[in-house]
Design a binder for this molecule. Structure first.
Ligand SMILES: [Zn+2]
Length: 329
């Protein structure tokens, strides 16, 4: 699926909350000069008690749902604009929501994907979801701490020392998910000089996924910060940027480029400042710039993001990542 360009501003100017609500057959009643209320139509809404928690302002073109469980299911967001609404209804990214609205406008109709169609984009993944999860992972292991991760960060990513059986025994394990959030593999990082440094299951195709992409999509940012490794991702997240994903190497595959182009409007390349990283930055910049805006963060020679403190990361990202989410939300 080739990535398309979408002009968020122009789509937003043309699509009103009213149009979108009527498409989904959401009926509200007026409760104030510019306030309409009713039953929340979002799939995140589970409370049967809060029957009147959904509120819309047509002047502001904005909505909110005050149900605590509904807010929690939306990662703490109380409400949003038309894009947020469609993204919640369709369980897709903001970018995909904007694309769907844009397409509907072009075709002069507003049937978006059928509500209830939870996974409208068919996908084939050669990395089959795992049927198990590893237990007894020590998030407070000294190796994890020595790499600069807080216990909170380690828990968030499910990273820790694994003392169980199998090929990951005695390594720090890192759960890897596909873009839909399905667990597809664990990588095992050696905690000493053992080779290989990282162990992956046989047959796992890392070029078909981007590490942390599913969470970056959920962060609802227009921009993705792209790094090379797992620990780069952890440190960028820890510095307050949820919109980060890793190549798990320095080469950007076609499939990875397509994934980025499908879900984001802009990418910030923050690869290692070594020879491989520089070559990768040039190659990725060329491949991605046909689909989306590309910005490059230049690190001091010989350094990589996982060596940086949060303050340094934030300084480097500075004005580039202007939609900065709050840390660990
Ligand atoms: Zn709700």
């Amino acid at each position: 699926m080739p990535a398309e360009w979408v002009d968020f501003k122009s789509v937003k100017a043309k699509v009103s909350m009213e149009t979108v609500l009527s498409h989904y057959d959401v009926r509200l009643r007026r409760v104030g000069v510019d306030e309409f209320r009713g039953k929340c139509p979002l799939p995140t809404h589970s409370s049967a008690r809060s029957n009147d928690s959904f509120s819309v302002s047509f002047t502001l073109n904005a909505w909110s749902c005050q149900s605590a469980s509904c807010i929690a299911a939306r990662s703490g967001r109380v409400g949003g604009d038309v894009f947020d609404f469609v993204a919640e209804m369709e369980r897709c990214s903001i970018r995909e929501a904007a694309l769907r609205l844009d397409r509907s406008l072009t075709e002069n109709l507003l049937p978006l994907a059928t509500p209830g169609d939870k996974n409208p984009v068919p996908y084939t993944s050669e990395n089959r979801p795992l049927s198990f999860t590893l237990r007894n992972i020590d998030h407070q292991h000294s190796y994890v701490i020595s790499r600069g991760l807080s216990v909170q960060t380690a828990r968030y990513f499910g990273v820790g020392y694994y003392d169980g059986n199998g090929f990951l025994r005695g390594r720090v394990v890192i759960p890897i998910h596909n873009e839909h959030g399905e667990l597809v593999a664990y990588s095992g990082r050696a905690i000493d000089q053992a080779e290989p440094k990282y162990r992956l299951p046989a047959g796992f195709r890392k070029s078909h996924v981007l590490f942390n992409l599913h969470r970056a999509i959920q962060s609802r940012e227009y921009t993705l910060i792209l790094v090379e490794g797992f620990f780069d991702t952890f440190k960028i997240h820890q510095a307050g940027h949820g919109n980060v994903a890793a190549l798990m190497g320095s080469k950007l595959s076609d499939r990875q480029a397509e994934l980025i182009g499908t879900h984001f409007n802009q990418v910030i390349l923050m690869l290692d400042a070594d020879e491989a990283g520089q070559a990768a930055t040039a190659a990725a910049g060329t491949a991605l710039s046909s689909m989306l805006g590309v910005q490059i963060v230049e690190l001091a020679s010989g350094t990589q993001p996982d060596q940086l403190a949060s303050e340094e990361i934030n300084q480097l990202l500075g004005g580039l990542d202007h939609d900065v989410p709050t840390p660990d939300r």
